[in-house]
Ligand binder design. Structure first.
Ligand SMILES: Cc1cc2nc3c(=O)[nH]c(=O)nc-3n(C[C@H](O)[C@H](O)[C@H](O)COP(=O)(O)OP(=O)(O)OC[C@H]3O[C@@H](n4cnc5c(N)ncnc54)[C@H](O)[C@@H]3O)c2cc1C
Length: 259
């Protein structure tokens, strides 16, 4: 999951710019999106696919490839929402951001953060007013490295081993006042809208991994074994399958007035 700042900025953009939800087929995309699709696909085929097994085997972050991807127009960031004990219940965030006059002071721990090691900055969700529960959560842009932010150990994962996953530990980490994203209290909405878009990406990741193989799918000389390990994460991050069912059921009940 390569969450970039542009992904978060995208959810702040007008709905007309967010065509993801209405895309039914490739041909329905505008020329610009088709070009973007082709660029991404060519990059994945030419730069990532040939080395994917090596990244997995050696637990390597594909730094050179990410650098080239960056030259296509983006910076790798990370998205720090989950916390120990409240991954599914994101509204229960216990990381705090205290108003310190001309700055915000962050305290708390975020866990399972993809690209925690390599990212140049992170969007962090922290509560600015606990009494408002999820409506008291705000989003902050935190550059990295920064005083008051420590990284936890790099997790040794079953799959998606070419990306780092770690905790972000904030201890009196000061960020400038203007680093709040949108308005105070808008953080939960920003997080959910980002996930709405991100979950389409995870679904396509899962679909792309799907294969039909016999014994050849069971040996590590073939990529299927890696795909099998990588597939498991698509049932966990950006909302577990159980949470997705709750979200879908909630939407259907709302739409059709079922009770
Ligand atoms: C490799 C990896 C990368 C990740 N990357 C990021 C990242 O970049 N940024 C980020 O913020 N987070 C990230 N995550 C965190 C991920 O989003 C959470 O792990 C996930 O949301 C589940 O939260 P949890 O681990 O706290 O499990 P819990 O919320 O404790 O859930 C445990 C189990 O209970 C089930 N469950 C929980 N609540 C309900 C319910 N109401 N009804 C039915 N079942 C329920 C869940 O489905 C799950 O099976 C990543 C996780 C992994 C493993």
């Amino acid at each position: 999951m390569l969450i970039t700042f542009s992904k978060v900025i995208n959810v702040l953009a007008p709905a007309s710019l967010r065509q993801t939800r209405s895309i039914a087929s490739l041909s329905a995309l505008s020329d610009t999106y088709q070009m973007l699709y082709k660029t991404c696909r060519d990059f994945a085929e030419g730069e990532l696919k040939p080395n994917a097994a090596k990244y997995d085997r050696e637990h390597l972050y594909p730094g050179d490839a990410i650098k080239k991807m960056g030259e296509l127009g983006d910076t790798v960031g990370c998205f720090a929402l989950s916390e120990p004990g409240n991954g599914s219940d994101a509204g229960a965030a216990s990381t705090t951001a205290k108003d310190g006059g001309d700055k915000w002071i962050l305290n708390g721990t975020k866990c399972w953060i993809t690209n925690g090691y390599e990212s140049k900055g992170t969007v962090v969700f922290a509560t600015t007013d606990k009494s408002l529960k999820h409506k008291g959560i705000s989003a902050f842009i935190v550059p990295k490295p920064i005083k008051g932010l420590e990284l936890g150990k790099k997790e040794d994962k079953l799959g998606i081993r070419g990306s780092s996953t770690c905790s972000l530990i904030f201890e009196d980490c000061e960020v400038p006042k203007e680093n709040i994203l949108g308005q105070p209290g808008l953080g939960f909405k920003i997080a959910m809208m980002t996930l709405d878009a991100g979950r389409i990406g995870i679904a396509s990741q899962a679909l792309g991994i799907a294969q039909i193989l016999g014994g050849m799918g069971y040996v590590s000389d073939m990529p299927a074994e890696r795909h099998y390990r990588d597939a498991r994460i698509t049932e966990i991050y950006e909302g577990t399958s159980e949470i997705q069912r709750l979200v879908i059921a909630g939407q259907l009940i709302k739409e059709y007035g079922l009770n």
